[in-house]
Design a protein around this ligand. Structure first.
Ligand SMILES: Nc1ncnc2c1ncn2[C@@H]1O[C@H](COP(=O)(O)OP(=O)(O)O)[C@@H](O)[C@H]1O
Ligand SMILES: [Mg+2]
Length: 226
């Protein structure tokens, strides 16, 4: 058992094979403590999304070791990986990925039902999470009726559904103005500070860098500064 929320050792990722093979990660080491609020930054194409997807059990590393809260995910088979993803990870996507035909409440409750909650409990929990991100008046709004910042808040609330210990966010402020970007980042930060979650944010938004506990910089598939 390791004490790390995430332990990444000598991880590589190669997309494709043969002449078209591309090595997106070239030996990444990263140790993250529980409760840390980390930003992972670097130029476009440097491997940020690839690394976050490996941490999120969405992609397998080509080689190296990945442990999340003591679970060795580098050797986990697909079925176990899906279970770990569901129990350990909340993912906030760059483009929020909300379902347009569902209300804010339904977008969150659907995931809770997938995690085994009954309909009524799922609705109540969805409302609690929307309250937490300051959207108490938007329970019944659909994504198209919300601002960009509000949609991103719903996406964060959904990532918190079931209280997974590890929250991963891929450029959550990319589509937002400075004020909304800061507010969203403050929300993510408070999850780590007050909520006991470990939060890793991928970003190249220098307007929010000052809020990080720790900055990790990645270039050409390697960590160059930590
Ligand atoms: N599915 C894929 N197939 C082939 N190459 C990919 C794939 N996904 C990403 N890449 C390449 O890997 C590199 C890193 O991509 P990515 O992790 O998305 O970078 P970032 O998020 O930092 O912009 C890029 O050069 C990208 O073109
Ligand atoms: Mg990316």
């Amino acid at each position: 058992m390791s004490q790390w929320a995430a332990y990444v050792k000598d991880v590589t990722k190669t997309y494709g094979a043969g002449a078209t093979a591309f090595q997106a990660l070239r030996g990444v080491d990263l140790m993250v403590m529980p409760g840390e609020f980390i930003m992972l930054s670097g130029p476009s194409g440097s491997g940020k999304t690839t690394l976050l997807s490996i941490l999120g059990c969405v992609l397998n590393a080509t080689s190296g070791r990945v442990e999340l809260l003591g679970h060795d995910v580098s050797k986990a088979k697909d079925g176990l990986l899906a279970d770990l993803r569901l129990s350990l990870i909340g993912f906030v996507f760059q483009s929020h990925n909300l379902i347009a035909s569902l209300t804010a409440t339904q977008n969150i409750a659907a995931l809770l039902e997938l995690r085994g909650q009954g309909k009524k409990a799922a609705r109540a929990e969805a409302h609690r999470l929307l309250d937490l991100v300051g959207l108490s008046d938007k329970y019944e709004s659909k994504p198209g009726e919300l601002s960009g910042g509000q949609r991103q808040r719903v996406a964060i609330a959904r990532a918190l559904a079931g209280s997974p210990p590890l929250i991963l966010a891929d450029e959550p402020t990319a589509a937002l103005d400075a004020q909304n970007g800061l507010a969203i980042t403050e929300t993510l930060r408070s999850l780590a500070k007050d909520g006991g979650h470990t939060v890793i944010v991928v970003t190249h938004d220098n307007r929010i860098f000052h809020l990080a506990d720790r900055m990790v910089k990645i270039e050409d598939g390697k960590i160059v500064r930590d």
